[in-house]
Ligand binder design. Structure first.
Ligand code: ATP
Length: 453
């Protein structure tokens, strides 16, 4: 197998250089592990989320959408178990004053001797581990008083459970059915790092699928298969993806079975998505804490039960990182080194670049006309600055799958060349057919050229 050119440093630097992701608050020296998404990052992120919505909503008729509040009634987190149990064990080092997750010491570096793990040098002086709640606390209202404490949600899932009753009434759904949402979550992580892999503010794509209790296991299997197929259909190389079932001592308090979709990041195999069988834990807890009945009642038969829940929960930022890592490649064209993102075309921030070969002889005018036509249909970009080779490289680096070049011949016969980012093949296409050709290519099955090495 050829070695992969990608490293985390290269991804971080490409993201900054080309406006995908910037460290946040940079003019003030930055704020650890906070990031801002730039123009191409926003486009890529939107494409990832749109593909998730497409698979969850558009292509199914048993899932509906929700966008719930970030700040919810504080009882939510008592009922969900987050207030008591959403903790990580934390240790402080009295010598270097750094703070570590007690269960992840082998991944951390000693503050004095980075080649060692905390606790490994004679100078290390670690405190006993104590539990640290990961929820961000804030207050509602002008006065900080009893009862005003609220939390930023650490997961989007609870908003779905709080709305279960509304959906039973308005959506007239009968299990099995699901409620999906995408939104920001917040966790005061003790150790962040690895770029956008683990941050304190991140976006999640979660779906709670409510099922009759005796069908929970088979629906869990269904969603494991669906989700793996979603990741591979968007181009992630199958040999870089795996499903890993949680061991009994890893399972969350609510889960009877969880499998993680893991991706082989440059930092090693790490979680991309968790797919859990949450049983009836959440609905039962919220029913107890709220005093409301949260169950399904079949009006025809009188049958009633508390549905069980299967939850596929993925991180948008981690997804973005995985797609970038999987796509990153370097090669050589005519003796020149190029960096190229071999993204699935459906995810690429820009689908097509329109480039006049020279900035004269009517070429920019015709190119502008072509660009205006294309941008009505797909995200397009017009670029007339610099040598044509340089402009191709710029587009390759942000993953643009196709470039349309307007040349001398275009003015005579209204044809253009269409260049492919990966094969570098160039074909002549009549301007009138461009939209259809690009649409056709976008609909084709795609496989990462990195698989063919
Ligand atoms: P981890 O074990 O990596 O902390 P988790 O098991 O706590 O993750 P879940 O609660 O299952 O994560 O959340 C679902 C998904 O949300 C994760 O698979 C991941 O993609 C994303 N996610 C969770 N925490 C973070 C974070 N701090 N930063 C970025 N994404 C996150």
């Amino acid at each position: 197998m050829p070695t992969d050119a990608v490293t985390m440093d290269k991804i971080v630097s490409l993201c900054k250089r080309r406006g995908f992701v910037f460290p946040s608050s940079e003019i003030y020296g930055g704020l650890g592990s906070s990031y801002d998404y730039g123009h191409y990052g926003v486009l890529l992120k939107n494409n990832v989320k749109n593909q998730w919505w497409k698979a969850m909503l558009q292509e199914r008729d048993d899932v509906v959408a929700l966008d719930s509040a970030i700040i919810q009634h504080p009882r939510t987190w008592e009922a969900s178990g987050h207030l008591a149990g959403f903790t990580d064990p934390l240790v402080d080092c009295r010598t270097c004053k750094l703070r570590f997750r007690a269960d992840k010491l082998e991944d951390a570096q000693c503050g004095r001797k980075p080649s060692k793990h905390p606790g490994e040098t004679p100078d290390c002086d670690l405190t006993e581990a104590r539990d640290f709640n990961l929820m961000f606390e804030t207050t509602v209202g002008p006065v900080k008083e009893e009862g005003s404490t609220v939390y930023l949600r650490p997961e989007t899932a609870q908003g779905i459970f709080l709305n279960f009753k509304n959906y039973m009434q308005f959506a007239r759904k009968k299990p099995p059915f699901g409620i999906a949402q995408i939104g920001k979550s917040f966790r005061n992580e003790i150790t962040t790092g690895n770029f956008i892999f683990r941050t304190r503010e991140f976006e999640q794509m979660e779906m709670e699928f409510f099922v009759p209790p005796d069908e929970a296991q088979s629906w869990h299997q269904h969603w494991l298969a669906e989700r793996i197929s979603w990741w591979t259909s968007l181009g992630l190389r199958p040999d870089h993806l795996r499903l890993r079932p949680h061991t009994a001592d890893e399972l969350s308090h609510y889960s009877s079975a969880t499998s993680d979709v893991e991706y082989l990041f440059p930092i090693g195999w790490s979680e991309l998505e968790g797919i859990a069988n949450r049983g009836n834990f959440d609905l039962t807890q919220h029913a107890t804490f709220s005093g409301q009945k949260l169950e399904y009642v079949d009006t025809a038969t009188g049958e009633r039960y508390v549905p069980h829940v299967i939850e596929p929960a993925a991180g948008v930022d981690r997804a973005l990182l995985a797609f970038l890592v999987d796509a990153y490649d370097e090669d050589e064209i005519e003796g020149e080194q190029r960096t190229v993102l071999r993204l699935h075309p459906i995810l690429a921030p820009v689908k097509v670049a329109v480039l006049p070969l020279v900035r004269k002889d009517g070429q920019p005018e015709l190119a502008t006309e072509v660009y205006r036509e294309l941008r009505d249909h797909v995200q397009a970009e017009y670029d007339e600055g610099g040598a044509i080779g340089r402009r191709y490289r710029r587009q390759d680096e942000i993953g643009t799958p196709w470039a349309v070049t307007i040349d001398h011949q275009s003015l005579q016969d209204r044809t253009v060349t269409l260049r492919d980012r990966d094969s570098l093949a160039q074909v002549r296409v009549p301007i009138g057919e461009l939209v259809d050709v690009i649409r056709g290519r976008l609909g084709e099955l795609w496989r990462s050229p990195k698989l063919d090495g």
